[in-house]
Design a protein around this ligand. Structure first.
Ligand code: AHG
Ligand code: MN
Ligand code: MN
Ligand code: MN
Length: 316
């Protein structure tokens, strides 16, 4: 290799999706178009986020107000990007966003067969300090292609999703998302991730579980090996780390939204061999009562989530 160690045999997301699509006889290509619209939105959002950080650095004396405003602006801007790109893909019917109180029903002339629930910018309270943030999305296919999209096309349990994803990092060198883990399996490290400042609100099962991680019984050599604590405060980052390194991510209080935070991450974690639960039931089996409905969530290594479920059964 004359150019050193630069890896040039890469697979871009566009390539990957096209190759996957070709393996399905009868695929219309509609889902690929939807995913393409999401990808393009994420590139654009990522650009806006980078520019905003630069502006904050320049305006360091600007005070709290400006920072809060810019955070809000980025949430709204990201939302507009997602909505317009998805509408103009001509393949969507119903859109649910964290930033819109009501579901959006796509006009007849742009309507397609897919419904998306998304968090345009997750972890937006972290923007000003440069911590990783991103986008989360879940995709459903309408129940009936013969009629207009309705709320019931998206107000469905997570297991009905046809795909889900999150976006966190783009290769800045070529401006593309690359395939890095062709057969992603969740890691095995002993890490727990939770906002422990909320400990007073935890159910007895969660209190007992977290305690057991910090004060494990000594092993046969008399050594203590407690879990490591890691908490970014952006779900995308905390789940991304859990996927790569392993462990367990928890938000027991029920702050996170089912449709566009819990379900997509649950699908991804399950696909990688992990488990996601609300403590009592599999996350993907739950039915959201409303589009912004929230749930407690525990996701990560199977053994960890099973320990939590076991404690719920015992202590409920
Ligand atoms: P969002 O920025 O989309 O409103 O989501 C915030 C969520 C999520 O990113 C994160 O896991 C959680 O809020 C952090 O909450 P705490 O600050 O309560 O720990
Ligand atoms: Mn979020
Ligand atoms: Mn958000
Ligand atoms: Mn928010």
């Amino acid at each position: 290799k004359e150019h050193g160690e630069t890896k040039t045999d890469i697979v871009t997301i566009t390539n990957h999706i096209l190759m996957q699509q070709q393996q399905h006889a009868g695929a219309t290509g509609d889902l690929s178009i939807v995913i393409n619209a999401v990808t393009a939105s994420c590139k654009w959002i990522s650009n806006c986020v980078r520019k905003a950080e630069l502006m904050n650095v320049i305006g360091l004396t600007g005070g709290k107000n400006v920072q809060q405003e810019s955070v809000q602006k980025l949430d709204i801007l990201s939302n507009e990007i997602m909505i317009n790109m998805l509408k103009s893909s001509g393949r969507t019917a119903v859109l649910v966003s964290e930033e819109d109180d009501q579901a959006i029903f796509v006009e007849d002339n742009q309507r397609g067969h897919y419904c998306l629930a998304f968090d345009p910018l997750d972890g937006s309270s972290n923007i000003d300090c440069g911590v990783s943030i991103g986008t989360i999305f879940g995709i459903y296919h309408v129940l009936d292609t013969e009629r207009k999209g309705e709320l019931k096309d998206i107000l469905r349990s997570g297991k009905d999703m046809v795909a889900a994803g999150y976006c966190i990092t783009l290769d800045p060198n070529i401006g593309e998302f690359l395939l890095t883990h062709p057969k992603m399996r969740i890691g095995k490290k002993k890490i727990y991730s939770v906002n422990e400042g909320n400990a007073h609100t935890f159910d007895p099962a969660v209190k007992s579980y977290v305690h057991s991680l910090k004060f494990p019984p000594p092993n046969f050599e008399g050594k203590f090996t407690p879990y490591s604590a890691r908490y970014v405060g952006s779900m995308v980052s905390d789940v991304h780390r859990t996927l790569l390194y392993g462990g367990v991510f928890m938000y027991p209080g029920g702050k996170l939204r089912m449709l566009y935070e819990c379900f997509p991450m649950a699908l991804i974690i399950e696909a990688a061999g992990g488990k996601a639960s609300n403590g009592r039931q599999r996350m993907l089996d739950l039915l959201p009562p409303s589009i912004h409905a929230r749930s407690g969530i525990f996701l990560g290594n199977k053994e960890e989530v099973e320990k939590i479920e076991e404690l719920y059964r015992k202590l409920d």
